[in-house]
Design a protein around this ligand. Structure first.
Ligand SMILES: Nc1ncnc2c1ncn2[C@@H]1O[C@H](COP(=O)(O)OP(=O)(O)OP(=O)(O)O)[C@@H](O)[C@H]1O
Ligand SMILES: Nc1nc2c(c(=O)[nH]1)N=C(CO)CN2
Length: 168
């Protein structure tokens, strides 16, 4: 049994359907603990591409860290994702942000195939804003409180992450 925080993102096709489909699948299999609302976010990184919808979910179930990565890849495939450019556009991206074992300890890994906590989560407003809204006391192991990490980001990056359901 472990608990994982997953980051979901989509910027091609019906973005909301892709995120909602993944969240519904996790709920239906009984592992969804909590989900954020959907946020529209400017593209992070070096690739010019359309805006993303992002969300963060907390899941708990009978999987180890590698098992959550496998589930993440299955959800991406179910949304029709094909592997393209690094940091490039996609129908669904599911990243494993952090995993906590039943003993309450974070799983730490430096393996390229599964680095935990996710090595770029601390610098991504599209992860930190939904996560802090979902769990104001959240901590990114090795980096600190999510609220403090958000305070360290450029304010314009944080302000650009907008609750999408309010825009509809
Ligand atoms: N914590 C992690 N969560 C998801 N994938 C990871 C993680 N650590 C390592 N990986 C590996 O990263 C590889 C590339 O993943 P992906 O194509 O989603 O990268 P990306 O989305 O372009 O970049 P990023 O991971 O920074 O969002 C995956 O095949 C996976 O094995
Ligand atoms: N806003 C935002 N930007 C991104 C995202 C994402 O989910 N949201 N995912 C990426 C894939 O690496 C690259 N850039």
């Amino acid at each position: 049994m472990s608990r994982a925080v997953l980051s979901l993102g989509a910027n091609l096709g019906d973005r909301a359907a892709a995120l909602r489909g993944a969240i519904t699948a996790l709920r239906d299999e009984g592992v969804l603990v909590a989900r954020s609302t959907l946020y529209e976010t400017p593209p992070w990184g070096p690739v010019e591409q359309p805006p993303y919808l992002n969300a963060v979910v907390v899941v708990r179930g009978d999987r180890d860290a590698a098992g959550w990565l496998t589930r993440a890849h299955e959800l991406e495939q179910a949304a029709g994702r094909t592997r393209g450019v690094r940091f490039g556009p996609r129908t669904l991206d599911v990243d494993v942000v952090t995993v906590t074992g039943d003993d309450g300890r974070p799983v730490l890994s430096e393996e390229p195939a599964l680095t935990l906590p996710h090595p770029r989560a601390h610098e991504r407003a599209f992860v930190l804003v939904p996560w802090a809204a979902l769990d104001p006391g959240a901590v990114l192991p090795g980096r600190g409180a999510v609220r403090d990490l958000l305070a360290a980001l450029p304010p314009e990056d944080v302000a650009a992450v907008v609750r999408w359901e309010h825009l509809q």
